[in-house]
Write a protein that binds this ligand. Structure first.
Ligand code: NAD
Length: 254
């Protein structure tokens, strides 16, 4: 049966551990749901998602930024401050440990919060950008994010500064195209905390031979998944790592 939702939780964890051990190239794809346990709201959770309150095109598009920079930054600074103050949770730490043990090649993330790197992940593709910098829409000069928080007009030419975040209406980031490349030959993709509704990222699972879904709510990909967990990401990944730690990593076989 696809998804194996009828199997008991611990049996599914055990199966996931075996799947990872016996599969060649394993990658993770994370979404906003992996960071909710760090206090950052996601977009599409039934009651708490940000898109229940706001319209994406009005608050997170390049058109919105150009039309009304003050409203755009008043709202986004609040959200970014939440991201910048957040700390990694057990799900981020578990992924970093899976990578360190050699079971996971790396993590493709839609998140801009930088929590995978803070947790120790070394190979991270930030397909929707990050909160480490900004650049001028006019002269293209780059600055760190501090400059944007102080004054969102360029100190060099007076042009409007924009964050290094992929906004609705932008072209995709270099990291996205690198992620597509790294997905080539992927045997197993762990999709964690993503509703898989935002394209083109929502199509990345097509590039993997098998997928496993770890998401509190059902997704459109559940029927195509080898295993499905409708539990919290931190619980599932922490339990998984606890089991994997008891076994020898692939690079340390005797
Ligand atoms: P989404 O809001 O569409 O989906 C999140 C999913 O995670 C939901 O289906 C929800 O049920 C699930 N979820 C929530 N908490 C969970 C938990 N603790 N454990 C397991 N599952 C949980 O998010 P998405 O798919 O990443 O949407 C893409 C967009 O969200 C991207 O554009 C991304 O840039 C943006 N985003 C990023 C952040 C961040 O950087 N932390 C926060 C909000 C939104």
């Amino acid at each position: 049966m696809k998804g194996c939702l009828k199997l008991k939780y611990l049996d599914r964890i055990q199966r996931l551990s075996e799947l990872i051990k016996t599969t060649g190239k394993v990658l993770a794809l994370s979404g906003a749901g992996i960071s909710t346990e760090s206090g950052i709201p996601d977009f599409r959770s039934k009651d708490t998602g940000l898109w229940n309150q706001y319209e994406p095109q009005k608050v997170a598009s390049i058109q919105a930024l150009k039309k009304d920079p003050k409203s755009f930054y008043d709202l986004n600074f609040k959200w970014w401050n939440v991201c910048l103050r957040a700390k990694p949770n057990q799900a981020h730490v578990a992924l970093a440990q899976l990578e360190e043990m050699g079971w996971l090649l790396g993590t493709i993330t839609q998140n801009i919060d930088g929590l995978h790197q803070q947790a120790g992940s070394q190979r991270v593709w930030e397909v929707h950008g990050h909160l480490r910098g900004c650049s001028c829409l006019n002269c293209k000069d780059d600055y760190d994010l501090e400059q944007l928080f102080q004054n969102y007009y360029c100190p060099h030419c007076g042009g409007l500064l924009r964050p290094h975040v992929v906004l609705f209406g932008d072209t995709m980031s270099v990291d996205y195209f690198m992620a597509e490349k790294v997905m080539s030959g992927c045997q197993l993709l762990l999709v964690i905390g993503s509703s898989l509704q935002v394209q083109p990222v929502a199509s990345l699972p097509y590039l993997s031979r098998q997928i496993v879904i770890i998401n509190k709510e059902p997704t459109a990909w559940d029927n195509h998944a080898t295993l499905v967990f409708h539990e919290s990401a931190s619980k599932v990944l922490w339990d998984l790592v606890s089991i994997m730690k008891k076994q020898t990593g692939p690079y340390y076989t005797e």
